[in-house]
Design a protein around this ligand. Structure first.
Ligand code: MG
Length: 283
């Protein structure tokens, strides 16, 4: 695989990502995919999707979970509904995560990703302890499928995420770094965070955002914007990834699924930006 192949977040069916045709039309050689709904998570779906990817010369680099009942409406709702943290749905979602791991194996993919949720601050509490057990259970299942698990960044500070990963204590737990999320959630400067967690980063999102106003950070969302128009600093981001020795895909995420036309246009512009920056940074 070439260094830093461009990628895009896509969907197998009606998920959060773009349709595979968009990747194909834009000549994007890799995708992360949002796992399909339970009903379509079948060997037949996997086989058909794999064939489409093979015909288009597209490689699947990571399969991301998503669960019924999750809402990113605002930060408080996200904390209450997303990932494996909410205790009412934890057991059922763990089971579903294992099924997604099995589906990813059918796609021949060696990495699954997720927003685990807002990891509790109280590391002595029952919720945190339970989350450690849940994570270990998932990691052991994924290891059986030959897979790593990538935690999406943003909901924790870099320090808290590192401490959690260390407490879980499994060697197939890594990070999908999303610089825009650090800004959107107000959890820290993305470049400083990347330097801190870089040794565990195995996949990345290329997404941009502007900070919420002072005093609102961590309470109100920042704003997701087209790549290169936000506060991440794309060239600095790529230079930092180069310094860390990261060679994996640069997966574009543009989370405006309500406006598919604009989403596709913005992704096209992002491909051009990343391609020119990649040439400049890698020389
Ligand atoms: Mg992301």
């Amino acid at each position: 695989m070439e260094r830093w192949p461009i990628g895009v977040f896509a969907s197998v069916d009606a998920g959060l990502g773009v349709h595979l045709d968009v990747a194909q039309e834009l000549g994007i050689p890799s995708v992360q995919v949002h796992a399909p709904h339970k009903e379509t998570r079948t060997p037949q779906t996997a086989e058909e999707f794999l064939k489409k990817c093979a015909d288009a010369g597209i490689m699947i680099t990571c399969v991301f979970s998503g669960f019924e009942g999750e809402s990113y409406a605002d930060i408080a709702t996200t904390a209450r509904t997303v990932g494996l943290v909410p205790e009412e749905t934890r057991a059922a979602r763990l089971q579903e995560m294992k099924e997604i791991s099995d589906f990813a194996k059918l796609l021949g993919c060696d990495a699954i990703g997720l927003h685990i949720g807002f990891v509790p601050e109280d590391t002595e509490g029952a919720s945190y302890r339970g989350l450690l057990d849940t994570a270990r259970d998932l990691l052991d299942h994924s290891a059986g499928n030959g897979q790593n698990v990538h935690l999406e960044t943003g909901q924790e500070t870099a320090e808290h995420l590192l401490a959690f990963i260390s407490d879980v204590g499994r060697d197939n737990l890594f990070i999908n770094f999303d610089p825009a999320n650090m800004i959107l959630y107000g959890t820290g400067d993305p470049i400083e965070a990347l330097k801190q967690v870089g040794h565990l980063v195995r996949s990345v999102h290329c997404k941009d955002a502007t900070w919420a106003p002072e005093g609102q950070r961590g309470v109100a969302w920042g704003a997701e914007v087209p790549l290169g128009e936000g506060d991440v600093g794309m060239e600095t981001y790529l230079r930092t990834l180069a310094d860390l020795g990261y060679t994996g895909p640069l997966t574009i995420e543009r989370e405006i699924a309500h406006d598919r036309e604009r989403q596709k246009a913005d992704i096209g512009t992002a491909v051009e930006l990343l391609t020119s920056l990649r040439d400049r940074v890698l020389g």
